[in-house]
Design a protein around this ligand. Structure first.
Ligand SMILES: [Cu+2]
Length: 619
């Protein structure tokens, strides 16, 4: 494998010399339109695509004046989301204190949210996946080299601890979540002004009034993007019906100037992905150093996916180019008091059986999910209408009446279940992964990498081993540029109000091992596998309860940790099962564990008692 890898690189070098050099200048760009054919903006300036409209029925289509298929006014669903990431290198801190070199992606949008620890889906934070109204803004300060949340933020009076490797409680004043590098296109502004004065055709006729055309200052992108590596790679989370514009900028690997590695983004298991945007380099495009590329996705099906670079996958995945991705369910956006069964029928193209609704709702073929239309559908309408309706989370929850983390927001569900069976209180993406420190070391020191000897010795949940998994806030690493960077943004502390439910979006991105996670005292309710609701084609739930789950590399599971024994109602721990006579009972408050029962996974390299483990706090 090594020889073929070297051969590939040698072959690529020929192309680089022949073709890449004449192309010359660097070409960094970002792209985040405020409207599209699928998401037209009928009221310019109103930012209609920068919020999620309520879901009241499927999108209906018509032919517009330019002969494009376009949504009918009033039936547009979803919004536009944009994100920018760097591809390059960086360092992470392992739980035994070792700084480990990575090939890695890093955030170039949402940096303030990430620095503030808002990487937790249960807080409703997008952490890098932004609406156009946030993404298309210009940073007001001067970006200095390094992570601006640790440099600009600290310099401007931010408080908190920046000790390398310390999860800390940093609260920098840096508050910018837009696209790093985005600046008005000064040349086009000046050219248009001169042409207007002279009465000649505009050189940049499409330039928006604010001058933001996707033009960037490449210095800012290099200053922030170099040594910007994160593990997990930046989280991407958006909603069904959204259009997602993801710009990858390859800043090169400063520790490996001998390599000119391309990178790509591959959405693993994602339905109906265009091969052009699928990131498989031999079937599509890959992004060279000094270039940007904007990937485009529609979001037709809710579920837990993940993403990774597809260049030399065993190497780039082991080295850290693995990220989390999920699509939130359409059902979250149903207005209060709406029947969940009705929402399921509407989105699945089934004639509604509810009284008072039109039986002639149009079928949206993107979302239709009846067996006769799409046997691959991710959530069939349930066999039985159990009468569940959409509500909002209560003001308080748990044993002590603490504020509910999602108080006042509409209920959230893992899938469009139609019966509330996948409803949850809090949500945690959990990436299971492993690092082989020797492979990472030789990867930094210009030595040949022995793929066949790859053996993980750090066992990671969201890029950290215990006890770092329960260290709050983002974790920082001092890198070889002498600067402190946020390296591992996500803790894995799972907090559940007593009687409530936590959705774990579990993914295994290991290239070397199966990973098992178990719990004691809290049942795992397994509701989805590989972004499909566990339900048969007749609409019967086929979910199951377990005390442990095992995932191979490239698999995902949706698991609800349910702190209510003998649950009867999907949204409260009350009632008695009429068949068994058992009453719903909340489990005791306290600390529980989510851990690997493979004992060799409970260590941090040579250090015992750590590894793939975290805490569940029921409060
Ligand atoms: Cu890569």
């Amino acid at each position: 494998m090594l020889s073929s890898q070297l051969l590939c690189r040698g072959f690529a070098a020929v192309f680089f010399v022949l073709f890449a050099l004449p192309a010359g200048a660097q070409s960094f760009r970002v792209q985040c339109p405020t409207s599209t054919i699928t998401h037209p903006d009928n009221t310019p300036g109103q930012l209609v695509n920068s919020s999620e409209p309520a879901y009241s029925g499927p999108t209906a289509y018509t032919i517009n004046a330019q002969q494009f298929v376009t949504p009918m006014p009033g039936t547009v669903n979803g919004a536009i989301k944009c994100q920018q990431i760097s591809g390059g290198d960086g360092y992470a801190t392992m739980a035994d204190g070792t700084q480990t070199f990575m090939f890695s992606f890093g955030p170039l949008s949402g940096l303030a949210d990430i620095a503030a620890g808002k990487t937790d889906g249960s807080l409703g934070a997008n952490a890098g996946t932004e609406f156009p109204s946030v993404f298309n803004t210009v940073y007001g300060g001067t970006i200095t080299p390094g992570d601006p949340a640790t440099t600009d933020g600290a310099a401007s009076g931010g408080t908190g601890s920046y000790t390398p490797g310390n999860g800390g409680t940093a609260t920098p004043t840096f508050s910018y979540n837009g696209a790093i590098g985005l600046v008005p296109d000064a040349d086009c502004i000046a050219g248009n002004a001169a042409a207007t004065a002279a009465g000649t055709p505009l050189p940049c006729p499409q330039l928006p009034a604010n001058g933001l055309s996707g033009h960037v200052d490449p210095r800012q992108i290099m200053d922030v993007g170099v040594m910007n590596g994160n593990i997990p790679a930046p989280l991407m989370a958006f909603d069904e019906d959204d259009e997602f514009f993801l710009t990858l900028t390859n800043v090169g690997m400063i520790m490996r100037p001998d390599l000119f590695e391309q990178h790509t983004v591959h959405f693993h298991g994602y339905p109906n992905a265009s091969s052009f945007y699928d990131g498989v380099p031999d079937a599509s495009v890959a992004i060279n150093i000094g270039g940007s590329f904007t990937y485009y996705y529609l979001a037709p099906d809710a579920g837990t996916y993940f993403w990774h670079c597809h260049i030399t996958p065993p190497e780039h995945l082991q080295m850290g180019m693995v990220g989390q991705l999920y699509v939130r369910a359409r059902q979250n956006r149903a207005p209060p008091n709406t029947s969940l069964y009705l929402v399921s029928q509407l989105q699945n193209g089934v004639a509604p059986t509810q009284t008072g609704t039109s039986p002639t709702q149009p079928i949206d073929l993107r979302t239709a999910c009846t067996p006769s239309v799409d046997i691959l559908c991710s959530a069939v309408t349930p066999a039985v209408n159990n009468g569940a309706i959409q509500k909002t989370y209560p003001a308080t929850a748990g044993a002590n009446g603490a504020p509910h983390p999602n108080a006042g927001r509409p209920y959230m569900y893992a899938y469009n279940d139609g019966d509330g069976s996948t409803q949850y209180d809090v949500e945690y993406p959990v990436q299971m992964h492993g690092f082989d420190p020797n492979f990472h070391f030789v990867g930094m020191t210009f030595n040949p990498e022995a793929f066949v000897d790859m053996k993980d010795k750090y066992w990671l949940l969201n890029g950290r081993s215990y006890p770092d998994t329960v260290s709050p806030g983002p974790q920082l690493t001092e890198s070889s540029d002498g600067r402190v960077h946020y390296s591992q943004p996500m803790p894995t502390i799972i907090n559940i109000p007593q009687g409530g439910k936590a959705l774990l979006r579990l993914v295994n991105l290991s290239v070397s091992e199966y990973h098992t996670l178990g719990t004691l005292g809290i049942r795992m309710h397994v509701i989805g596998w590989n972004a499909k609701l566990l339900r048969d084609q007749e609409g019967n739930n086929t979910e199951y309860y377990a005390n442990s789950i095992t995932l191979g590399g490239g698999e995902s599971l949706d698991v609800i940790l349910d702190t209510c024994l003998n649950r009867v109602n999907f949204d409260s721990c009350t009632g008695t099962n009429t068949t068994t006579g058992l009453a719903a009972t909340p489990i005791p408050t306290g600390t529980y564990y989510l851990y690997s029962p493979n004992l060799d996974h409970l260590s941090n390299d040579a250090e015992n008692f750590g590894g793939e483990m975290t805490e569940i706090h029921v409060y």
